[in-house]
Design a protein around this ligand. Sequence first.
Ligand code: HEM
Ligand code: HEM
Ligand SMILES: [Fe+2]
Length: 447
Amino acid sequence: MKYESQKVAYWFFALCMLLFSLQIVYGFIMGFDRIGIQGLHDIIPFNTARAVHTNLLVVWLLTGFMGAAYYIIPEEAQREIVSVKLAYVQLISLAVVGVIAIIGFHLNHWEGRKFLEIPRELDFLVVVNVLLFLGLILVTLFKSPRRTTTALVLSMGLLFAALLYLPGMIWFDSQVTDSFFRWWVVHLWVEGVWELIMGGILSFLLIKLTGVDREVIEKWLYVIIGLTFLSGVLGTGHHYYFIGVNKIWLIIGGIFSALEPLAFLAMALFAVRMYRKGEKSHPNKIALFWTIGSAIVSFIGAGLLGFAHTLPQTNLYTHGTLVTAMHGHYAFWGAYAMIVLAIISYALPNLTGRKRYDSKQGHVAFWLANIGILGMTVAFGVAGVVQVYLERKLKMEFMEVQNEISIHFYVLLICATMFTVGIILYIIDFIKYGRPTVEAIKITNND
Ligand code: HEM
Ligand code: HEM
Ligand SMILES: [Fe+2]
């Protein structure tokens, strides 16, 4: 760590870990619901648990991205954040909005725009918070004469992510229009601008961890961004097949979304190539595992499993089933959860001034979490395929099918337990290696 203000990142990462843990709790509530253990049903019905699970996912990832930005931007811009005090104000207000939202979900059972269920009034608080965050990051960047591609890509990703939140806030009377614009947020986030954020973090980590020249790494970053936008923007059409809009989207969505895996493939090849090219001398191997792992797993989860249901001919059958949940888990995990865990693994020893390179526990955490979620993905996949067959081919009744497939949720729960042990080990490391120390800034890290 070179700049005092980077310490703010630690607290964002800590909030991130807390919200991530909560997200997992709600995952288990749903998993147990699915096998008929429903002790909490009256307080937390399935639909509430589902909304909290997915909204918490989005919030902990965004919190992680913010922490990443507070860590990366000072180092790239070679100056302190313009106001550390305001950064802490932003952190606390973010936590407050989060708490209000979680309580609100339980009291009001908000429903509606999946992934964006919080009511519009609360959206305005989110907007204020995000404006403060962006202000701090962008002013810091533009006050510095040094604007690297990595920093620009990361901050443009964050800026566009904020702008794209707005279409989801407009009120529409028609459900078709509402759905149409909801995808501008949900799809253009994960298959568009969040990829810029991921690309920025990935590029920063590769520069630090592999020792390959910045010029080489940043050149590839441009290629990836190009591919992302070329395919991702019109790829939105893969959500417009059957929602009541013009049928032209069947063709546009089919063609362009089928090209999207190329961007993820490029990202994976890029990361692996840079690793091979690098000098392999950086001691923080565990950060490297998470970094390269993220690039590879995102190709499988988003690219391959996305492709599996993106053509209209298949999506006609799989739409809105557990096949979607299969893809949703592995894509979010690979692309966004793993990159956040990567930047935390990289930043933590630098922030705290304590060595945490390559603890055995860190490696065990990595493998347990990854094998666990792979198993969960397979369980969702098998359940999803059976669901599609029984419900949409044999026309069995919906709830009858849900009973048939409940067996797969035993498997899911076993794998989820393994996953959770991995994450608990990760969090124990996070806590054990402590808070930022004063010495941390004085230490010349091997970065
Ligand atoms: C990191 C990137 C990605 C993430 C995090 C992600 C995540 C998700 C999630 C959570 C959903 C469910 C959304 C909802 O129903 O509200 C979804 C749906 C979908 N995704 Fe992805 N995805 C990613 C990339 C891709 C890619 C690259 C493709 C295509 C190649 C793809 C194809 C689809 C399709 C076709 C659906 C609609 C499923 C349905 O009809 O029920 N996704 N994705
Ligand atoms: C470890 C424990 C977890 C369990 C037991 C679990 C379980 C579940 C269940 C049962 C659902 C609802 C599926 C349905 O509609 O029936 C769900 C939804 C979802 N979960 Fe998890 N989950 C866990 C962790 C995670 C993690 C770590 C992520 C992200 C990296 C994640 C991302 C999602 C997403 C995106 C959805 C919505 C999928 C869709 O729209 O189809 N979950 N989860
Ligand atoms: Fe999409």
